[in-house]
Design a protein around this ligand. Structure first.
Ligand SMILES: Cc1cc2nc3c(=O)[nH]c(=O)nc-3n(C[C@H](O)[C@H](O)[C@H](O)COP(=O)(O)OP(=O)(O)OC[C@H]3O[C@@H](n4cnc5c(N)ncnc54)[C@H](O)[C@@H]3O)c2cc1C
Length: 401
């Protein structure tokens, strides 16, 4: 059994498989190992459409084995600790592996337990979340069977994967209820830890129009603290103008809750974590993904501290830059590749229409198409529903796009 790799990848998710495949395309003789505990791989971006009854959850899950690139060795284990001074990682099984270059891409941790009562009630009592494979279908059950009342959608104060996902599902739910004569009998609340609906003003304008159109009551800079499922009550708090904590609660008939998120604990508690950030992201150069203290360690995707919105779309631009730097280091050359913070958030605004928000580190729109992408379109809906899933399984995970 091999215990030393030229490149060792921690995490065989979106970033891990894309980067591994790209590395092997460029250097086929590379000894590359991927440590990944899960037998299944998930296409998470479709979970919003699952929650809206537009995508079959079964099509979001495939066997990891089928996507491990040829030439890579899959180690079915989970990393528990890093010893970067010895170029070594330790796994749950007790096995240790050493490397020339390390790629740290284990994604983000869903901190369900940070909201009191959430784990106990998730998937029942009219409480759902698209953030889990198990419960995304329950969101659709709730939306479909909703007969009016109070619907609550929440977004935590932490960064989350796909910043749009907590509110995308709200617009689809409202549109469904509008078409079925339920919206007039419904009060919709959006409770968010953020200070605004979206950070990029050009796209925020479109979403503010939707908030008005669907008469959504917003509660910004508010943090959900507890969900009492059996009594259908959600508790949240924020600060008033004098800095005093104000607690509130709302009785709901259905709730879609997004959990707070952070770097996985084994990253947070490791020497790789950014010591200035309590959420424990891996500390990298935001343009190259090289670790700022351990030069043969790289990280991108949801786990890195690059200050952009955490999406698969961002990884599509991050992975090639990171790969270029890893190969340059192995070959003792230089890379001039730079990442500009590009990310994309496809936001469905109603069934059949979608706004493709693309932007960079400066929060300036960075539109791919030759039309105003702040205007929701049918073509962009088709892109999200049909093209992007195909692209993911056939081109992105295989390192071709
Ligand atoms: C509801 C929802 C909607 C979304 N919508 C979009 C969208 O519209 N567009 C978009 O671009 N993105 C979207 N995303 C975000 C996108 O799915 C993530 O940004 C992307 O999957 C991150 O890739 P990653 O490789 O960093 O993490 P992941 O793909 O999550 O992979 C991490 C991998 O690391 C493994 N791992 C965990 N712990 C260990 C360990 N200890 N040792 C080894 N391996 C480990 C995991 O098993 C997993 O396979 C959405 C996500 C969700 C949940």
């Amino acid at each position: 059994m091999t215990t030393h790799f030229q490149v060792l990848v921690v995490g065989g998710g979106n970033a891990g498989l894309s980067a591994a495949a790209q590395l092997l395309h460029k250097a086929s003789s590379l000894q590359l190992g991927i440590i990944e505990p899960s037998a299944k791989h998930y296409y998470q971006p479709a979970w919003t459409l699952v929650g809206a009854g537009q995508f079959d959850i079964r099509d979001t899950e495939k066997d990891e084995q089928d996507y491990v690139p040829e030439g890579a060795e899959w180690i079915r284990d989970a990393v528990t600790a890093f010893q970067p001074e010895q170029n070594q990682v330790t796994c749950q099984s007790g096995a240790t592996y050493t490397y020339d270059s390390l790629v740290v891409v284990p994604g983000i941790q869903l901190d369900w337990a940070k909201i009191k009562g959430f784990s106990e009630t998730l998937g029942k009592n009219q409480v759902s979340s698209n953030y889990s494979f198990q419960t995304a279908p329950y969101t659709w059950e709730l939306i479909r069977n909703f007969k009016g009342g109070v619907a609550v959608f929440t977004n935590p104060a932490t960064p989350v994967k796909c910043g749009g996902a907590p509110h995308k599902i709200m617009y689809l739910a409202c549109d469904y209820w509008r078409k079925n004569g339920v919206l007039d009998k419904t009060e919709v609340h959006y409770i968010s830890g953020a200070g605004a609906i979206f950070a990029v003003k050009e796209f925020a304008r479109t979403l503010e129009g939707l908030l008005k159109r669907y008469r959504i009551k917003t509660h910004f800079l508010q943090n959900v603290t507890e969900v009492d499922g059996p009594n259908h009550r959600i508790y949240f708090e924020g600060k008033d103008a004098d800095g005093n904590v104000q607690k509130q609660s709302i009785q709901f008939d259905m709730a879609h809750i997004t959990p707070p998120q952070s770097a996985p604990d084994f990253i947070k508690n490791s020497p790789l974590a950014d010591p200035t950030q309590p959420l424990g992201w891996v500390e990298v150069n935001k343009f190259t993904f090289q670790h700022t203290r351990f030069s043969n360690v790289f990280a991108c995707g949801d786990v890195s501290n690059a200050p952009t919105s955490k999406t698969g779309a961002a990884i599509r631009k991050q992975a090639p830059v990171m790969v270029d730097h890893i190969l340059a280091q192995l070959h003792k050359t230089q890379s001039s590749a730079r990442y500009d913070g590009y990310t994309a958030c496809p936001i469905p605004t109603e069934y059949g229409k979608l706004m493709l928000a693309e932007f960079d580190y400066t929060n300036k729109p960075k539109m791919t198409f030759p039309f105003d992408q702040a205007v929701p379109r049918w073509t962009m809906w088709l892109l999200k529903k049909y093209m992007l899933p195909w692209l993911y399984w056939h081109r992105i995970l295989t390192g071709k796009a």
